[in-house]
Design a protein around this ligand. Structure first.
Ligand SMILES: Nc1ncnc2c1ncn2[C@@H]1O[C@H](COP(=O)(O)OP(=O)(O)OP(=O)(O)O)[C@@H](O)[C@H]1O
Ligand SMILES: [Mg+2]
Length: 280
């Protein structure tokens, strides 16, 4: 199976989590799965910006990224975090390489423009192309590609891409069978409860009721996009639980942790709802 595994930046802050995830990735790669690992930056990036005296503004959950912020993102995402994760997987027993947008022009991007805020996001982009041949050559050699969330623009500049958006778009471009978001919470929460499954229509309700906010809104948008783009299974899972990734990657039934995101279905259609329940 071909899978995109998106790892939250917060999960890279604790060595025990990094090592546990690295062991699970090794197990999946050894089972013959073709994996593309994509990671976010989370608090480490924010802390680095603070140390450098850079303050950020957010528009629609996206960080406005001037050149200085972008350069710091390259240092933290494509440098420190990317190497840390690739190193942990390699040490766990499966060769992994940390790749970035520029390597074999693997991930291309275009600047993101947001309505009236057009052009004001700076070096924030969206993924437009993936060098699948390059990834294939790594898979054939038994190497796991580990990518940071940046894209290379036609202008030669690096653009910051929200890691969830990048994972979803990459899953679509490489025709992945499954997309797994490993995050720092147990799944999509409705209050205290982890939702076992979530449909497009439920998503909008949760957002309207302010039950979902911040990064989780972007993740749900990304999940929806991946499903619309042909990825047949999308899961949002807590990455701190031992073996959560293996269960999400291998399981199809009730053993799967976290939340399964399902394609939007017509409301009021009993059979479609039944099918959605059966798909759990
Ligand atoms: N209903 C909800 N259920 C779960 N998490 C929620 C919900 N609403 C808001 N959140 C927040 O969304 C966060 C997850 O998104 P966030 O962008 O912080 O992490 P990530 O996308 O997993 O990692 P990264 O941004 O580093 O790639 C949770 O830690 C939580 O604080
Ligand atoms: Mg996020």
């Amino acid at each position: 199976m071909r899978m995109v595994i998106k790892i939250a930046g917060a999960l890279l802050e604790r060595d025990e989590h990094v090592q546990s995830i690295a062991r699970q990735i090794t197990e999946l790669a050894r089972a013959g799965h073709e994996l593309l690992v994509i990671h976010g930056g989370g608090k480490i990036f924010t802390a680095t910006l603070a140390r450098m005296g850079i303050t950020s503004r957010f528009v629609s959950g996206l960080r406005v990224t001037d050149r200085e912020t972008r350069d710091a993102a390259v240092m933290v995402f494509a440098g420190l975090l990317n190497k840390k994760l690739a190193g942990a997987i390699s040490l766990a027993g499966q060769p992994a390489v940390g790749i970035g947008a520029t390597d074999a022009a693997c991930f291309l991007a275009e600047p993101m423009q947001l309505g009236e805020e057009e052009g004001k996001l700076g070096y924030v982009g969206y993924l437009t192309e993936v060098n699948v041949d390059f990834l294939r050559s790594l898979w054939r050699s038994g190497v796991v590609p580990v990518a940071s969330c940046m894209g290379l623009g036609a202008d030669g500049e690096l653009y910051n891409i929200n890691a969830d958006h990048m994972a979803a778009a990459a899953a679509e471009f490489i025709r992945a069978d499954r997309l797994i978001f490993l995050t720092d919470v147990a799944g999509v929460l409705d209050g205290e409860k982890v939702l076992r499954a979530l449909r497009g229509t439920d998503m909008e309700d949760l957002i309207r009721q302010n039950k979902v906010s911040g990064g989780m809104i972007l993740k749900l948008e990304a999940a929806k996009r991946a499903l619309a783009g042909g990825v047949s299974e999308v899961r949002i899972v807590g990455g701190t639980k031992p073996r959560a990734l293996l269960l999400a990657a291998n399981g199809g039934g009730g053993r799967c942790p976290g939340t399964r995101v399902l394609p939007a279905v017509r409301t009021g259609s009993k059979s479609a709802q039944g099918a959605a329940r059966a798909a759990l």
